[in-house]
Design a binder for this molecule. Structure first.
Ligand SMILES: [Zn+2]
Length: 201
């Protein structure tokens, strides 16, 4: 997970389209089924691909990495709040993320504490993950310590568990990136130290 740029606004036309579909879902007798039908139809249509998907891809940055794990290329629209539980949010722009298949399957329709006991998942679309996580010297993603609870942050721990953010390929990729970074900064740091030494001597 990483910090994302603020969610950009969609065009007025797209906002109106999403709003109309949301109203249809809300007024339906079977909102869950209507949400499923409307979303499935939208997902295949050009207007959705050219607006929602395109903007999510842009938001995810270089390489269009998964908004949950940052480790894999994303390929799927994810409903942060599952549409099976929150059908009224099936066509809500603020509920869409761009994620990889592994994270999407890992999370599934789970949304604690609504669907199971436990702390709520961190939303990379609206929260700064670095308030909840840190990467240690080995490249492992860890929950920050919550001083009030005197325990690791429960939301961070549950997010790691639900999305399997500690899976081996991700930990190894983070470790490699960290090592590359250490090598990359060695030369500028040595140069800066030399300059400092010559300035004071
Ligand atoms: Zn992922």
């Amino acid at each position: 997970m990483r910090r994302l740029p603020p969610r950009p606004d969609l065009s007025a036309d797209t906002r109106q389209r999403l709003r109309t579909e949301t109203e249809t879902i809300k007024s339906s007798a079977d909102s869950k089924q209507t949400a499923e039908t409307l979303y499935t139809k939208a997902r295949k249509s050009d207007w959705f691909k050219d607006t929602v998907v395109k903007t999510l891809k842009k938001m995810s940055g270089p390489g269009e990495r998964c908004m949950y794990c940052s480790g894999s290329e994303a390929s799927q629209v994810e409903h942060f709040r599952p549409k099976s539980i929150f059908p009224e949010l099936a066509m809500d722009w603020n509920n869409f993320l761009w994620v990889c298949g592994v994270c999407n399957q890992s999370k599934g329709d789970r949304f604690p504490p609504k669907t199971e006991p436990g702390a709520s998942v961190i939303d990379p679309g609206s929260e700064n993950p670095w308030n909840f996580f840190f990467i240690d010297d080995f490249g492992n993603l860890n929950a920050r310590w919550d001083t009030l609870l005197d325990a690791p942050n429960p939301r961070a721990e549950n997010t790691i568990r639900l999305l399997a953010l500690d899976r081996d390929p991700l930990q190894q990729a983070r470790h490699r990136r960290l090592e590359d970074l250490k090598i990359a900064i060695q030369e500028p740091v040595a140069k800066w130290t030399d300059q400092l030494v010559s300035a004071v001597s």
